[in-house]
Design a protein around this ligand. Structure first.
Ligand code: NDP
Ligand code: ZN
Length: 378
């Protein structure tokens, strides 16, 4: 065969192989998955449309086409650099529900077409005592978070995007007849509040307080009531008083009214704070009964971290930080929520409204969780 004919044949075969691999990998050459989403490019600017590549789908990975993605206050903290260390461009989103569109050869938990959920983590060492105990969020080597964590040569990118690739063991099973827009926020707001209530064995008759009645807070209230507790809610607005009472809270305290904060000392077995900014911790500690526990969930900006006098710990009162929940407990929380019909109150928005939504969360204008309908991402 002539040299030119050989060249032509080689090019023809390579082109065919290229098409084949393109078809096998969901639309991307060289195995990488092409993605588009919304990203913060720095701490100050609005989020903008951003295209990027995700890693190829490995043997124990799944590719999910994202259907809904919740907006957590942590996304806003991260994009705005509140905690420091945010790698940009930052594609946030760790309350993800979507449909599996590709599976690696060693995947057993999912098949193409299944609905899957993704929360705040996509990997961990799998070998330390915490990972072995199903508490991957406390992995001794540091869990890989859904966005902003080192992965390969780059870092992870989250669910404000059309797809995501992750290890199947970090994805959660979701029945496809569940209300998927409402399921998305369970993946962070749900597990983060369910976990400390379970850890503290909340039971019928317990007196539980929830400070910060937003995305996380309104889930904490619903779970605590479902577990039989008498729940008091603290927030800084009048706008949410009726919703809290309608939800079954026995009392609502607008902390801006000094008088409403009086007479509550020695009242609660458990107090959960989801407050995302600095606040005075001591008055809340004084509201705990002897042996009572305060759980901090809110993570204020690093220049607003509240401090605490050890005097507040008299009477065996305890305080600690809790971080999301492990994968087995996240599955338990999903099953529990779906079985007991416990869902967030959501406002579904197109992704083009993301920057307005961020502003509204900061201004206390959302009741209670924005969820992005990813079909809007064209
Ligand atoms: P939201 O903004 O939805 O809710 C926060 C709520 O706190 C709002 O209702 C807000 O009031 C209220 N609030 C603000 N300041 C005060 C105050 N001084 N006293 C009482 N209430 C107050 O945020 P999220 O629920 O999404 O997140 C809350 C925090 O939890 C964030 O810091 C987030 O980063 C963190 N988080 C932590 C996790 C963990 O694993 N520990 C996981 C997920 C989130 P209003 O809006 O009515 O003005
Ligand atoms: Zn979150």
């Amino acid at each position: 065969m002539k040299k030119s004919a050989l060249n032509f044949l080689a090019v023809f075969i390579l082109t065919l192989l290229g098409f084949y691999s393109h078809a096998q990998t969901g639309g991307s050459y060289a195995g990488h998955v092409h993605s588009k989403g919304y990203a913060g490019m720095d701490a100050k600017s609005d989020l903008v449309l951003y295209e990027f590549e995700r890693r190829a789908v490995g043997d124990d990975d799944i590719l999910i086409d994202v259907l809904y993605s919740g907006i957590c206050h942590s996304d806003i903290h991260t994009v705005k650099g509140d905690w420091g260390g945010t790698p940009y461009p930052c594609v946030p989103g760790h309350e993800i529900v979507g449909r599996v569109s590709q599976v690696g050869k060693d995947v057993h938990k999912f098949k193409v077409g299944d609905i899957a959920g993704v929360g705040c983590m996509v990997n961990s060492c799998g070998e330390c005592e915490y990972c072995k105990a199903g508490e991957e969020q406390y992995c001794a080597k540091g869990a890989t978070y859904t966005y902003g964590s080192g992965e390969g040569d780059g870092y992870t990118k989250g669910g404000y995007s059309n797809n995501i690739v992750l290890k199947e063991s970090f994805a959660l099973k979701v029945p496809d007849n569940a209300p998927l827009d409402k399921v998305a926020p369970l993946l962070c707001a749900g597990i983060t509040t369910y976990s400390p209530l379970r850890y503290n064995h909340v039971k019928k008759g317990d007196k539980v307080a929830v400070a910060g009645f937003g995305g996380l807070g309104h889930m904490a209230v619903q779970y605590a009531i479902a577990m039989g507790a008498e729940v008091t809610v603290f927030d800084i607005t009048e706008d949410k008083r009726q919703v809290a009472l309608d939800m079954g809270a026995v009392k609502y305290v607008n902390t801006k009214n000094e008088s409403e904060m009086q007479g509550l000392n020695n009242s609660f077995n458990l107090l959960i704070s989801t407050i995302p900014f600095s606040f005075k911790v001591e008055p809340y500690m004084a509201m705990l009964k002897v042996d009572g526990t305060m759980v901090l969930l809110g993570v204020p900006p690093r220049d607003q971290v509240p401090s605490l006098s050890t005097n507040a710990l008299w009477g065996r009162r305890k305080i600690y930080y809790s971080l999301i929940g492990g994968i087995p407990e996240t599955q338990e929380m999903l099953d529990y929520s779906i079985k007991n019909n416990i869902y967030p109150k959501v406002e579904v928005i197109p992704i083009q409204q993301i920057n307005e939504a961020y502003k509204n969360v900061l201004d206390g204008k959302v009741q209670f969780r924005y969820v992005i309908d990813m079909a809007s991402l064209k």
